[in-house]
Every structure is written in C-alpha cells, then in structure tokens.
Design a protein around this ligand. Structure first.
Ligand code: FE
Length: 207
C-alpha cells in the first residue's frame, strides 16, 4: 500500500512539473503502464466548456451489444493482437459540470473485425472518477463489412437516461463510405511511443 502511494505521488509530481497537462493515473494498471515507459494519457486540466449544441449525438446500438459486462478499465488481454489504444476524456453536462460516477460501457470488435458475442472479450464498463474523467485501455478495433473503424459506448450520468453512441477515428478512408459515421464523434487521436491515444469528451443533456 505504501509503495503504491509513493508511486502515485511520484507520478503526480512529475505531472505537476508539466505546465498545462497532467498525467491521468488513477488505477494500478495505468501506473504500471506509466512505469513501463508508455505514453501517459493526458488531459487538459480543465475541459473546454461545451455549447448546448455540442451534446454528444446518439448512434445506433448495432447488433452486438451484450449487457452485464465486467467492470474494468482495460479490455486488453495478454497476447491480444492489435495496436494498443488509450481513450480518455471527461463526461460533462451542457452547463460545463464534470459528472462523477457516470457509467461508460464500451464494446468493440477485435483487430480482425470480430465481436465476441459469447463472452466479454473487448467489453467492459467503468465509472468516471471524482473529476468526471474516464480512461479506457484497449486495442485499435479492426474493420468489418460495411463499417468504418469505431468503438461502441453507452454513457449514463447517475439517474439520467442512457446515451448510446460510437466513437470514430480521424483520417479513416472508410469514414466517407459509412452511412452511420458522424464527424462529431471523431476522437482526437495521437500516436504515442507505445500505441495510440484518443481523446473525447462526452457532453450529456441532463434532465
Ligand atoms: Fe460495431
């Protein structure tokens, strides 16, 4: 326990040295990745305030959702093929409030474009932290017939309706051919030393 706290302080201390960014390190798994020299997930210290028009648009659930997923922030498993991907961001209200405890339930196909419809491979849910942040470790999903590259997600603030939507990648040729694709759902994606990093803030209209 003491070792973990010290490591956490070291990570946060290094983050404070950076003027405008900080390291998002809230799970042992991420700390391990950071120690291993991976590109850390970074978020601006304060998210830009969304306009009311910036509400994250819904998308079709598609045929491959499975309920009752395991709670976990990493969907990556040992030996799983595919480029490592970290996705992070805030869950915000249209009045710019960060939403702690919001549920995010992610699911996606593997690097070959296949969904696990029997088990929970590449499926998992998590909750935003006290600052309204989430982080997902996964792999870059593959392509399958008729669709561009995407990650499915359900987002739900406490006691609010569920938003079902999808996240997309920039500069994908198939974005232009996918009738479901919405440019408002494209992540900001950077290439890191050990994979890719996607940034996306969800904006929910609260009832
Ligand atoms: Fe899909």
């Amino acid at each position: 326990m003491r070792k973990l706290r010290r490591t956490r302080r070291e990570v946060l201390g290094a983050a404070l040295a950076a003027p405008t960014m900080y390291v998002l390190a809230r799970s042992t798994g991420l700390l391990e990745m950071t120690r291993a020299g991976a590109a850390p997930a970074v978020l601006p210290p304060t998210p830009a305030c969304p306009d009311a028009d910036d509400v994250t648009p819904p998308q079709t659930e598609g045929p491959f959702y499975t309920p009752a997923t395991p709670r976990r922030t990493s969907l990556r498993e040992p030996g799983m093929p595919g480029t490592r991907l970290l996705v992070t961001g805030y869950v915000l209200s249209t009045t710019c409030q960060r939403i702690p405890g919001a549920l995010l339930d992610f699911w996606q196909c593997d690097a070959q474009g296949h969904y696990d419809n029997a088990g929970f491979r590449l499926r998992g849910h998590q909750f935003t932290d006290a600052e309204g942040r989430y982080i997902l470790e996964t792999i870059v999903p593959g392509l399958y017939a008729g669709r561009t590259r995407h990650i499915h997600v359900k987002v739900q603030a406490p006691n609010q309706p569920v938003l079902t939507t999808q996240l997309y990648f920039p500069d994908e040729p198939a974005n232009r051919r996918d009738g479901i694709f919405n440019p408002r759902l494209v992540m900001t994606v950077r290439d890191g030393a050990d994979g890719r990093m996607g940034l996306f803030n969800f904006v929910l209209r609260m009832r």
